[in-house]
Ligand binder design. Structure first.
Ligand code: F6P
Length: 255
């Protein structure tokens, strides 16, 4: 805490939480766009928070992306986490395996010493496939577990970066641009006002389900994500945002 105050980070946390209407903001030093260790620090902060708040028997839903992966990499076992069930927040979103929620969930669960269940569903399903899959008993079971999540750990991405990373069609990229999409989380794309402008067809936690979640932890940093975080957070990250100094300062400059 002394070091934090030295850099004015506590003050940043308070202002950021107020501006983004969050219960709590955690700001780590640096810019994760510039250096990888900053992402690791965000991961460490995520682990600290998870350890502090974990309760035996809880379900933790985990999203994909490199920042949530940093939380998984830094994860350490604790008694309550050992009795937690980790589950991917959503099925595939069309990314590299290492960035998929399934993979990151299993990594986090293993490091935490907890159990996990996976959701083996591909991204961008057709209407028919979606309707069939959603009726599968195995899928139903996992979906129910996801909806019973007490904690959700998720990332936030810049809309164009995410659409490109998922190899979206030129049509979708154009649509997102036309609709002014700036941020992405859980497969939803948001405009500057935090309105949903596009939603892919994939299985898992929906924004409505977040209402029943006790605690959402968003982990996202880097000055390049400032706009995305500011758009998504008031909608999805009602609780806690773990970010870095560069993103925090850029967000506060805009508000
Ligand atoms: O694709 C999963 C996801 O959590 C997205 O919802 C989010 O936009 C993205 O990953 C963040 O990824 P990264 O932390 O690598 O920027």
């Amino acid at each position: 805490p002394i070091i934090k105050d030295l850099f004015g980070l506590t003050e940043l946390e308070i202002r950021l939480a107020r501006v983004l209407r969050l219960k709590k903001a955690v700001v780590v030093q640096g810019d994760s766009d510039q250096s990888d260790w900053v992402k690791k620090e965000m991961g460490r902060a995520g682990v600290r928070l998870l350890k502090q708040t974990a309760r035996p028997g809880q379900v933790v839903a985990v999203a994909g992306g490199t920042t949530v992966a940093a939380v998984a990499e830094m994860m350490k076992a604790s008694p309550a986490l050992r009795e937690s069930i980790f589950i991917p927040a959503r099925g595939g979103l069309g990314e590299e395996v290492e960035l998929e929620a399934n993979y990151i969930t299993s990594l986090m669960a293993q490091k935490a010493g907890g159990r996990y269940r996976l959701m083996h569903v591909p991204e961008q399903l057709s209407h028919e496939a979606y309707d069939t899959l959603i009726r599968e008993p195995h899928i139903q079971e996992v979906l129910e577990l996801v909806r019973s999540a007490r904690i959700v750990v998720h990332g936030i991405g810049d809309a164009t970066t995410m659409a490109t990373r998922r190899k979206s069609s030129p049509e979708l990229l154009r649509l997102l641009q036309e609709k002014g999409a700036v941020g992405e989380a859980f497969g939803y794309y948001f405009n500057r006002k935090g309105e949903i402008v596009y939603r892919g067809r994939s299985l898992g936690l929906s924004l409505e389900d977040l209402e029943n979640v006790e605690m959402t932890i968003a982990v996202a940093g880097g000055a390049g994500k400032a706009e995305a975080i500011a758009a998504v957070c008031p909608v999805s990250g009602r609780d806690t945002l773990i970010t870095d100094e560069a993103a925090a300062r850029a967000i506060l400059k805009q508000h």
